[in-house]
Design a protein around this ligand. Structure first.
Ligand code: COA
Ligand code: AMP
Length: 630
């Protein structure tokens, strides 16, 4: 069947389409139907089924003869470690860990925060929660204690599972002190913590609260898989919104199983047994969907890679891993390829490895610039597929469905909407726009299985953020267009979210930190274009009258504050002091215009600007830090 037939089949009979896809899942009680309309634009999928994620991701493969197949390859150039875990070993390890958690009181519905680097134990912790029906919330290791504390207070976990440390190039990330500081700061306190001690740094445990990963499993009964309702939350994953309070995206159990399994063949074109590698981090949605759940549910081998595209030890690391483990489909972020390209533009490292097993490369997380796609295609000689999705959707909204049909690649477009997604471009008033016209990208409700049904304990915020602007649609927060052939183009965000090295960050959250500096009267953070990372945050500070601290010192203070409170991942390294910020007459800061000035792109003078002369001052300030070149 061609893509257009598959898409049409879904559109004609969505219920039949998803019930058919659901046959690939092993249900404890099969769903009676696919879609459950809860009213008020809220929907759930396969809600009346009973099923267990861990059973589908692990146990059933052992029962079906894949026990000896490698489930997880751990490849860590940063610690010089490699290890393979078969499906049968994975089942035994996860059942023991789940048994130990249960023995300490963790049950279905309890939340468990996981704060771990890229080690296989992070996946085991996720799967152990899934085995019990506990709801995990993984927090990315590049976030600081404050961000962890905010998540602890929102998710109210019974337990926290953490590693003693992470390893970044040139430094050990001390997870345990960050964890202790977060628990000190949070109002909610977990009953207990489980610490996975790594040899790079052994952490001190708090008597009576902290248990050693190995010790606490000693002598426990392994846990069986607990069937849960189809609409039981599988996890909460926090993502950046417009304020410092992150949004807790919920994923329901059954929808995730059905949708992710469907994508493995149809989008990523792998069969059970093939090796699939997503070079991301378990702290992001790509890590949840495509390092942990989808490949395992589908019976593939997944790779847990602890390293960077360059410097661990060189720009050939990706090719070494692909060649050594015979990766068939590889998924990474454009920024990672830009980093490799910068060090090895001619692809000298590519030539050193046999990459004949590699069939397709997938890029997501940020706009894939045509130069990078063309470079990768020339080096690797395989299709390089851009696809577009969000933490909220959990899987691709638009992609080139290689397993169905390889559509012609149009540079700059993540190709076409996947079944389940009716994508429309809307004007401010919510009217559909013509092909080629730029507008807000919205998706007609209901969203497909595997996407967010709600936000954790924040239904009103869910409705306000996503459903209220365009009634009957989900508002993606991205702007763009569709061409005559139905190809989607993603151009920009419509909110204050920026994308730094494939990481989604909130400028609003950074502004909250800057505003807390005693000398700062007013501030703005914008994302300026960066050759490597896509965007970089830049802060503008207006100081209080009478503030006598040197400007450079205030700048140093705020850079440190963002690093301490949000984390190194914010990559906040540039700030300037200005007298005034450009505003509209009604007082709205003209952030978009400031971005235009920094990037040197053409813009129309905003008709409502209060005082156009301020723009020259902004330009001068940006030039002092190397932006806004003439
Ligand atoms: N734990 C602790 N700190 C982390 C971290 C983690 N898991 N991940 C990143 N950091 C730190 C980095 O060490 C760096 O700290 P520094 O300011 O002390 O140097 C900071 O956060 C910024 O990191 P990053 O933006 O990733 O920049 P980088 O210079 O370390 O690396 C790239 C640049 C392009 C190589 C890197 O960003 C990369 O590989 N990106 C791919 C991103 C990706 O796969 N995203 C997944 C979304 S699909
Ligand atoms: P995240 O929730 O971290 O996955 O970030 C989602 C956002 O990243 C999207 O809303 C887009 O703004 C951006 N994004 C992700 N993939 C792409 C892509 N292929 N092209 C352009 N932007 C993308």
């Amino acid at each position: 069947m061609a893509y257009k037939d598959v898409y049409a089949a879904w559109k004609t009979d969505p219920e039949g389409f998803w019930m058919d896809a659901a046959k690939a899942i092993d249900w404890d009680e099969a769903p009676s139907k696919a879609l459950f309309d809860k009213g008020d634009h809220l929907y759930e999928w396969f809600a009346d089924a009973k099923v267990n994620t861990c059973y589908n991701a692990v146990d059933r493969h052992v029962e079906n003869g894949r026990g000896e197949q490698t489930a997880i390859i751990y490849d860590s150039p940063i610690t010089h470690t490699k290890r393979e875990i078969s499906y049968v070993e994975l089942r035994n390890r996860v059942a023991m860990l789940a048994g130990a958690l249960r023995a300490k009181g963790v049950e279905k519905g309890d939340r468990v925060i996981i704060y771990m680097p890229m080690v296989p134990e992070a996946l085991e912790a996720m799967l152990a929660c899934a085995r019990l029906g506990a709801v995990h919330s993984v927090v990315f290791g590049g976030f600081a204690a404050h961000e962890l504390a905010v998540r602890i207070d929102d998710a109210k976990p019974k337990a926290i599972i953490a590693a003693s440390c992470g390893v970044e190039p040139g430094r050990v990330v001390h997870y345990k002190p960050l964890l202790d500081a977060a628990i000190d700061q949070s109002t909610h306190k977990p009953d207990f913590c489980v610490i996975f001690q790594r040899e790079q740094e052994v952490a001190e445990l708090v008597e009576g609260r902290d248990y050693n990963w190995h010790g606490f499993q000693y002598g426990v009964e392994p846990a069986e898989c607990v069937p849960v309702e189809g609409n039981h939350p599988a996890y909460i994953l926090y993502t950046s919104g417009t304020t410092g309070q992150p949004k807790g995206v919920i994923r329901h159990t059954a929808g995730q199983l059905v949708a992710l399994n469907w994508t493995m063949k149809n989008i990523y074109n792998v069969d059970p047994g093939d090796v699939f590698w997503a070079a991301s981090d378990v702290g992001w949605v790509v890590g949840h969907s495509y390092i942990c759940y989808a490949p395992l549910i589908h019976g593939n081998t997944t790779i847990v890679f602890e390293g960077k595209p360059v410097g661990t030890p060189d720009a050939g690391t990706f090719w070494r891993v692909i060649s050594e483990h015979n990766v068939k489909s590889f998924f990474t972020a454009p920024t990672a390829f830009r980093a490799v390209k910068r060090e090895d533009p001619k692809g000298e490292f590519v030539k050193k490895y046999d990459l004949s097993g590699l069939k397709t490369v997938y890029l997501a997380g940020e706009r894939a610039d045509p130069d990078t796609i063309v470079w990768a295609q020339e080096q690797l000689g395989v299709p390089v597929v851009d696809h577009w999705w969000q933490t909220e959707t959990g899987w691709a909204i638009a992609a080139n469905p290689i397993g169905i049909e390889e559509l012609p690649i149009k540079l700059g477009s993540p190709t076409v909407p996947m079944p389940g997604y009716e994508v429309e471009i809307l004007d401010e008033g919510g009217h559909p726009m013509k092909a080629g016209e730029l507008g807000a990208i919205a998706i007609k409700l209901p969203l497909p299985p595997g996407t967010l049904p709600n936000l954790w304990n924040a239904e009103e915020r869910f409705k306000k953020s996503y459903l209220s602007h365009f009634p009957g649609y989900y508002e993606t927060g991205d702007a763009g267009m569709m061409d005559e052939d139905g190809y989607v183009y993603i151009m920009a965000r419509t909110d204050d979210v920026i994308n730094v090295a494939g990481h989604r960050l909130s400028t609003g959250a950074m502004e909250e930190v800057l505003a807390a500096h005693p000398d700062v009267a007013e501030c703005a953070v914008i994302g300026v274009t960066d050759q490597l990372k896509g965007q970089m945050p830049v802060g503008f500070l207006c100081l209080n009258a009478g503030a006598d601290k040197a400007h450079d010192d205030v700048v140093k203070d705020v850079i440190k504050m963002v690093r301490d409170q949000i984390g190194p991942v914010a990559a906040f390294k540039l700030a300037v002091v200005v007298d005034r910020l450009p505003k509209t007459r009604s007082g709205k800061i003209l952030r978009g215009t400031m971005v235009n000035i920094a990037d040197g792109t053409a813009f129309k003078m905003p008709a409502t600007i209060d005082d156009p002369a301020i723009l020259d001052e902004i330009k001068d300030a940006l030039q002092t830090i190397g932006y806004a070149k003439d």
